[in-house]
Design a protein around this ligand. Structure first.
Ligand code: KIV
Ligand code: ZN
Length: 391
């Protein structure tokens, strides 16, 4: 029987940070790494140490301060990359080297001008060499999403023999459909000798908007690690969003798959990453976007005011958002206006509400959104009218 714990491998500081404009200095990376550790991620991919002296320093400093999570460094299947990564990771409590090579025919032919046999040899050599430095070695089969399953299984079997502890099956180009990606994991579980002794990992890109669905399909089919980033940042259309997969698993308990993430820190972590990277999040982004818990149509607002669960499948507090927002627009009804007015101190009678609602619609037709200041002005008018009526 499979363990029901899904490891969260965060690659915000590697796959996320390699996006143009998202570059961080070492101090900024240290702040994010500490926050990721507090959030409860199991692995922090801190960078690609051989890529630049700055990245080496960042990985090395992160390795020194992270208390709980495994700290991981990326390498190609190249001896010097691995040696440099091992050096950068030497102070980590739990170091991991993440090495690998492209396995699809396209990568083998066009990137390496090589053959399948030679790629297997390089993979074995890389894992064995990494193993001479650290116990925990993750192997990635780049472009596994487009790698033929039989060949992928052979590669996996060989790197397990060489000592790999985790097998990363990246859908590097974001091409797979969820069923196909899940079937790949199942195929590997059923056809690779020794697979029961290693962790299978999902690493999905979002080129077709399927990264979250593919990662979930992967874990349903036996993977026990998801590689992801805060806000889904990453190459091209990004990586799997950490907050999405974590909340999918939390909101679907019958899947019997758990993570160790403190979900109440998700929203603040998202803000921290968007601010330090200067990478805003679209308002309709699932879980952490500005509109993720905002209701603007009258029908929805009326339902949410009566009972939040009519239009919300999760409690905003569970992800660190203080409360759902009722956004007042020309589509809002009386219930929403009365609700907001009460929040800012006005208990309206039916007659006052009718009068206020007429002024409210006039304001709303002129503006995109009616704010609290507008309600105060409307209420001044309503109070004047009620005094005249009573006189
Ligand atoms: O997308 C990918 O294949 C990667 C690997 C380097 C793990 O990021
Ligand atoms: Zn990637």
């Amino acid at each position: 029987m499979q363990d029901n714990k899904v490891q969260i491998f965060d690659t915000t500081l590697r796959d996320g940070e390699q996006v143009p404009g998202c570059k961080l200095d070492t101090n900024q990376k240290l702040v994010i790494a500490e926050r990721l550790d507090l959030l409860g991620v199991n692995v922090i991919e801190a960078g690609f140490p051989v890529s630049s002296p700055g990245d080496f320093t960042s990985v090395s400093e992160i390795a020194k301060i992270v208390k709980n999570a495994t700290v991981c460094g990326l390498t190609r299947a190249v001896e010097n990359d691995i040696k440099v990564a091992a050096e950068a990771l030497k102070f980590a409590n739990h170091p991991r080297i993440h090495t690998g090579i492209g396995t699809s025919d396209s990568h083998i032919q066009f990137k390496f001008n090589s053959t399948r046999e030679k790629v297997i040899e390089r993979a074995i050599k890389a894992v064995s060499y990494a193993k001479s430095f650290v116990e925990d070695v993750e192997f990635y089969a780049e472009d596994a999403g487009r790698t033929d399953n039989e060949f992928l299984a052979r590669v996996c079997e060989e790197v397990i023999k060489a000592g790999a502890t985790v097998l990363n099956i990246p859908d590097t180009t974001g091409y797979c459909l969820p069923e196909e990606y899940g079937a790949k994991m199942k195929y590997l579980r059923e056809n690779v000798k020794g697979i029961e002794n290693v962790t299978l990992s999902c690493h999905c890109h979002n080129d077709l908007g399927l990264a979250t669905a593919n990662s979930i399909s992967g874990v349903i089919n036996g993977a026990r690690q998801i590689e992801c980033t805060i806000n889904g940042i990453g190459e091209r259309a990004g990586n799997t969003a950490l907050e999405e997969v974590v909340m999918v698993l939390k909101q679907h308990p019958y899947l019997n798959l758990e993570t160790s993430i403190n979900t109440k820190l998700l929203y603040d972590t998202s803000i921290m990453v968007r601010e330090s990277m200067g990478m805003p999040v679209q308002p309709n982004k699932a879980i952490v976007g500005a509109n993720a818990f905002a209701h603007s149509s009258g029908i929805h607002q009326d339902g949410v005011i009566k009972n939040r669960e009519t239009y919300e499948i999760m409690d905003p507090e569970d992800v660190g958002v203080t409360e759902s927002a009722i956004v007042l627009t020309a589509r809002s009804g009386r219930a929403a206006l009365a609700y907001r007015a009460k929040k800012i101190g006005y208990e309206l009678t039916k007659v006052q509400l009718d009068t206020a609602y007429t002024s409210f619609l006039e304001t709303a037709d002129k503006q995109k959104e009616v704010k609290d200041d507008d309600i105060h002005s409307i209420m001044k008018e309503v109070n004047k009218i009620s005094k005249i009526a009573m006189a």
